[in-house]
Design a protein around this ligand. Structure first.
Ligand SMILES: Nc1nc2c(c(=O)[nH]1)N[C@H]1C(S)=C(S)[C@@H](COP(=O)(O)OP(=O)(O)OC[C@H]3O[C@@H](n4cnc5c(=O)[nH]c(N)nc54)[C@H](O)[C@@H]3O)O[C@H]1N2
Ligand SMILES: Nc1nc2c(c(=O)[nH]1)N[C@H]1C(S)=C(S)[C@@H](COP(=O)(O)OP(=O)(O)OC[C@H]3O[C@@H](n4cnc5c(=O)[nH]c(N)nc54)[C@H](O)[C@@H]3O)O[C@H]1N2
Ligand code: SF4
Ligand SMILES: [Mo]
Length: 747
């Protein structure tokens, strides 16, 4: 099927659409009958995903057509009143009446929480900043600090930017060491590689090796050559063990990166203090495994290590993520095909923009009010969210705007989060459901149908395993009762600025003027050239066009004929492939001296804490998390059929089940230092002994939500158990992988 066709005979129409749900960014085809999505199929012609998709993407029609989905703004009547449907004008009038106080009288008292889908969509990616500036607040939160922050910090210290991550070149490697990730379920994270299962089988078919380090025998572990069932939270020790072998056996070599790297010997002498015989018992594995992996990794022609959420959101997350890079660097695998490489995001990014002065170190530039926890990349750690609302005093958060987020289920200590949401004086949510979070809002503004939006995943192009540019244009205009998210954000900005009647188009011109000046500078041309070239566009399409044309493949507004423009992508909805990743050292580095310092003091200073942890008792159960194929964090459970009731069960190893005298189907209380939840047991050898697991994003209970299907099978909310006080100290990230718990049969 071609990507954009109109079938006049039946009145239906098919158009290309990049899936906005996960990091794989698959190309799909939407079949529309009028404004209704009647079919979704994989786009076999997409240059990147080549026909890959999954049940979630193919279920987008169900999501769009879910009867529980909001299509009209809602306003809460009175303090504890019910929601009522409202017009857009009424909704903005209510916001206009109540929001400005938190900007003009008490700046900073309105916080903003931006959820995961906002990171995928163009409108919030390009216009959120305008609204935040108008709100005059630094109280910004997002899942970044419950998802990737330890990895971002390690990369910031080593390579100079938090988003410019090194990516495993999985299509060309011979040895992939994967820690704390289950891509056969998640479809990959901080690696954008649609059809990752196929890519991993290709690795093994060409004689390569896949090693999976995970306390659970996941689907990915099942297809690996070696599964290392590590004890949660011990990845840093395991990695030090590998490096100690590499040091002792003289296997280290910087390869072509040598001229740009300092401090490797210091890193290796640290590692030498953690030989396999010392670390293996704490990791709960055989020391021989560490020798095997170290020799295999160092001996492979091309090898790369990669870590994700299991080794980020844990007690030693920053150390572990730093060591992943050190291992890759120490074996000569940084910045070479088959190793760890830096993508070239076509719409530009911190590591493509030229260095004019020392780049800012975007960490700990300010601190939170209550606990003095450090800012990271412009945001406060999400573990501050509840206390900033609940703790009295000047600067208290009194109002909140949420965009595409469900902090009541995504953030640790949900009891405190919900208490805090309940104490807000005013709350606006831009969201398509009344869920565990938005039920506390005073006004809810629904986003328009997917088919009305253009899609280009700006953030994820930083993580692509090939340099690819794809844009799928809107397939429909917004109808009179719908509003695009950029309009919503700019209307909120106008209200927050005290000019509620200002036209959205006027604010957009102001935003674009700044973007045009920047684009002109990047492209090395005059602003008049940029203005002339982008005269016919407005909104997100104009801002994206400016970024593409001034980006690394761009046409520079005419001075690089044949270069990339949005118009080019509009006429090629299957995308343009610029080929495999290319070496980028040293131009990619944004560290103060333009070099890689392998032993950043901030991280190395954390080693004594790691060493001290080795003395602790390893008795007791540790809770970890898992993802599910039909879920996307907390929000697909209502619209997509879920496989079975038991999918939310607490997974327990048979040995532990025997000690606890529990069986599959029993109900148990799972209790942490913070709270307790009830879950059903599933006894399975998937878990290593001493480790139990629950999925996150469940707990669709309590009153006030309007998600009828998921309320019928609510599941247990794992974040009720996760601590927001005991955190990973460098980044203040929650430790949801490795929560000490007790499990007892429910009475
Ligand atoms: N189907 C589906 N896909 C998704 C999502 C979803 O909810 N559902 N969410 C999306 C999002 S937002 C993200 S960020 C990505 C995340 O993508 P991934 O990082 O691949 O996420 P998980 O599948 O949770 O895999 C984490 C793994 O870490 C393991 N683990 C737990 N503790 C430890 C530990 O201490 N050490 C080690 N080595 N491993 C540990 C767990 O057993 C689990 O298998 O997935 C995305 N894709
Ligand atoms: N214990 C534990 N906690 C975790 C994790 C874990 O593994 N374990 N994973 C963490 C991770 S990696 C992440 S990313 C976070 C996710 O944290 P959140 O982003 O807070 O949670 P989501 O469930 O993704 O919520 C998405 C929200 O966006 C709404 N939405 C969907 N599409 C749109 C849209 O187009 N526009 C608007 N305006 N709204 C939309 C949905 O209705 C839903 O309310 O959870 C984190 N929390
Ligand atoms: S793998 Fe991810 S991007 Fe692809 S169809 Fe599924 S949810 Fe969408
Ligand atoms: Mo995430």
């Amino acid at each position: 099927m071609t990507s954009t066709v109109t079938d006049h005979s039946s009145g239906t129409h098919v158009g290309a659409r990049i899936c906005p749900l996960c990091e794989a960014t698959c190309g799909l085809l939407f079949e529309l009958d009028g404004r209704t999505v009647v079919g979704v199929s994989p786009n076999v012609d997409d240059v990147f995903s080549a026909g890959h998709s999954c049940a979630k993407g193919l279920g987008l029609g169900r999501l769009e057509n879910d009867p529980d989905r909001l299509r009209t703004p809602l306003i809460r009547d009175g303090a504890r009143g019910e929601f009522r449907e409202a017009t857009w004008d009424e909704a903005f009038a209510e916001i206009g009446r109540r929001l400005p106080e938190y900007v003009s009288n008490d700046p900073g008292s309105c916080a903003v929480y931006t959820g995961n889908p906002a990171a995928h969509h163009l409108d919030p990616s390009l216009y959120l900043g305008t609204m935040v500036a108008a709100l005059r607040t630094r109280n910004l939160y997002s899942p970044a600090s419950v998802d990737t922050l330890p990895k971002n910090l390690a990369h910031m210290l080593l390579y100079g930017t938090g988003l410019g991550l090194s990516i495993p070149d999985i299509d060309r490697t011979d040895y992939l060491l994967l820690l704390g990730s289950n891509p056969l379920v998640s479809n990959g994270s901080t690696i954008t590689a649609p059809g990752i299962a196929r890519r991993l089988s290709a690795l093994r078919e060409r004689g390569g090796t896949l090693v999976v380090v995970d306390p659970a025998r996941t689907r990915t572990a099942e297809v690996s050559d070696l599964h290392v069932a590590i004890r949660p939270g011990t990845d840093a020790l395991f990695l030090l063990g590998l490096l100690s072998v590499i040091a002792a056996e003289g296997l280290a070599s910087l390869g072509d990166a040598a001229p740009h790297v300092d401090g490797l010997d210091d890193a290796l002498s640290i590692a030498a203090q953690f030989p396999p015989a010392v670390v293996a018992p704490v990791c709960g594995i055989d020391p021989a495994v560490i020798f095997t992996v170290a020799r295999g990794f160092a001996g492979a022609p091309r090898a790369v290590a990669n870590s994700r959420i299991g080794s980020c959101m844990q007690e030693f997350g920053t150390l572990a993520n730093w060591l992943v890079e050190v291992l890759t660097i120490a074996t000569g695998n940084l910045d070479r095909p088959g190793g760890a490489m830096f993508p070239m995001p076509p719409a530009g990014g911190q590591n493509t923009w030229p260095v004019t002065k020392t780049p800012p170190f975007t960490f700990a530039r300010w601190h939170s009010r209550v606990r003095s926890l450090p800012e990271a990349m412009g945001e406060l750690p999400a573990v501050c969210f509840a206390e900033e609302i609940l703790t009295p005093g000047p600067g208290r958060t009194r109002a909140l705007v949420t965009i595409a987020g469900n902090p009541a289920r995504s953030l640790p200590n949900s009891t405190a989060i919900e208490k805090a949401l309940g104490q807000l004086e005013f709350m606006v949510s831009i969201d398509c459901y009344v869920n565990e979070t938005t039920r506390y809002a005073d006004v809810i503004l629904p986003p328009p149908p997917l088919a009305t939006r253009g899609h280009y995943d700006i953030a994820l192009t930083h993580f692509q395993v090939r340099n690819v540019a794809r844009y799928t244009p809107p397939l429909l205009d917004t109808s009179t009762d719908e509003m695009s998210e950029w309009h919503i954000l700019l209307r909120l900005a106008a209200i927050a600025s005290g000019t509620p009647n200002r036209a959205v188009g006027e604010i957009d011109e102001e935003v674009a003027a700044v973007a045009m000046r920047r684009a002109a500078k990047l492209a090395g041309c005059g602003v008049e050239d940029v203005e002339r070239e982008s005269a016919r566009r407005t909104g997100p399409a104009r801002l994206l066009d400016l970024r593409l044309r001034s980006g690394p493949f761009g046409d520079r507004f005419g001075s690089n004929p044949g270069g990339l423009t949005l118009a080019m992508l509009e006429s090629t909805p299957n995308g343009i492939d610029f080929g495999p990743l290319q070496p980028r050292l040293p131009e990619v580095l944004r560290t103060p001296n333009g070099r890689v310092n392998v032993v950043p003091k901030m991280i190395v200073d954390d080693i004594p804490r790691l060493r001290a942890s080795m003395e602790r008792s390893t008795d007791g159960l540790l809770l970890i998390n898992r993802r599910q194929r039909r879920g996307m964090n907390s929000w697909l459970h209502n619209a997509l059929p879920q496989p079975d009731d038991g999918q939310c069960a607490l997974f327990v190893n048979p040995d532990d089940a025997a000690v606890l005298s529990v069986h599959t189907g029993d109900r148990v209380d799972v209790t942490s230092a913070v709270s307790s939840v009830v879950a059903e047991v599933r006894v399975t050898a998937e878990m290593r002994p001493g480790v139990v697991s629950l999925p996150h994003g469940w707990g669709h209970d309590g009153s006030g939500s309007r998600t009828s299907a998921s309320a019928a099978a609510p599941g247990a909310n794992v974040n009720a158990l996760v601590d927001d006080v005991i955190v990973e100290p460098l980044t203040a990230s929650p430790i949801f992988n490795g929560v000490p718990v007790t499990v007892t049969r429910t009475r």
